[in-house]
Design a protein around this ligand. Structure first.
Ligand SMILES: Nc1ncnc2c1ncn2[C@@H]1O[C@H](COP(=O)(O)OP(=O)(O)OP(=O)(O)O)[C@@H](O)[C@H]1O
Ligand SMILES: [Mg+2]
Length: 218
């Protein structure tokens, strides 16, 4: 997997949030995107995920464009089959059990249910015993791990996580960071995490800082 983010620009009204952000990620690489609240991290991830459209620039996975000012149905398809996303607000479906959430993600993204991968992921994330619970019955840490499970059971090429540790204590922060790294390796995915939590910097070899709309290596 090769992720190529090329000169992404995005403004809200007259405020430029991203001013030509470029970086790349190669097969199995893991990178951390650091920046204070409001610096544009979610905007950048949302553009990569197709939830928002850039004003300028493009994003490609394995040379197939997945985001540009004029995205097409083809790029929707590439994104759907390439990305596993852990949203900042988790976005688990509250009407469904944890297991049904994972099955639904697999059906929608891969077209089939892989119960073996679901069982393995629940087990590794230590939430097997909560598989029948609905999202509101989970603790914050369990819900965070449930959202990670949903993102990995689709066997993505790239695992994306937006503030995966913001609501967690120090011990759970370390645990979730290690689990994201381990789960990405298990399914052979690249890993891109956005956070304002610079404690996570210790876990990643490659860190970027988003500052005043520009991305710098740090
Ligand atoms: N849909 C929108 N319309 C207008 N302004 C927006 C919109 N979405 C985000 N913004 C603004 O753009 C800036 C960047 O927001 P974004 O959510 O990308 O930041 P962030 O780095 O993810 O912050 P946090 O760490 O709090 O999650 C903020 O000033 C925000 O208020
Ligand atoms: Mg955010």
């Amino acid at each position: 997997m090769q992720l190529q983010v090329d000169a992404i620009g995005k403004s809200y009204g007259t405020t430029a949030v991203l001013k030509g952000v470029s970086f790349s990620l190669s097969d199995g690489e893991q990178a951390l995107l650091l920046g204070p609240s409001g610096s544009g991290k979610s905007t950048l991830l949302n553009i990569i995920c197709g939830l928002q459209r850039p004003d300028q620039g493009s994003v490609a996975i394995d040379n197939q464009v997945i985001a540009s000012p004029d995205s097409t149905a083809k790029s929707d398809e590439v994104r759907r089959t390439s990305l596993g996303i852990v949203f900042q607000t988790l976005r688990l479906v509250s009407a469904l059990s944890l297991r049904a959430n994972l099955e639904l993600a697999q059906k929608l993204q891969t077209g089939r249910v892989d119960s073996g991968l679901i069982d393995e992921s629940l087990d590794r994330l230590d939430i097997s015993h909560r598989a029948g619970a609905r999202p509101f019955q989970l603790s914050q840490g369990e819900a965070q791990r449930a959202a990670i499970a949903r993102a990995v059971v689709v066997s993505p090429k790239l695992l994306i996580a937006d503030e995966p540790t913001s609501a967690l204590d120090r011990e759970n922060t370390r645990r979730v960071a290690e689990l994201l790294i381990e789960m990405a390796k298990t399914v052979g995915a690249g890993l891109l995490i956005a956070t304002h939590d610079d404690r996570l910097g210790d876990f990643f070899p490659q860190n970027y800082a988003l500052d005043q709309g520009e991305l710098k290596s740090c």
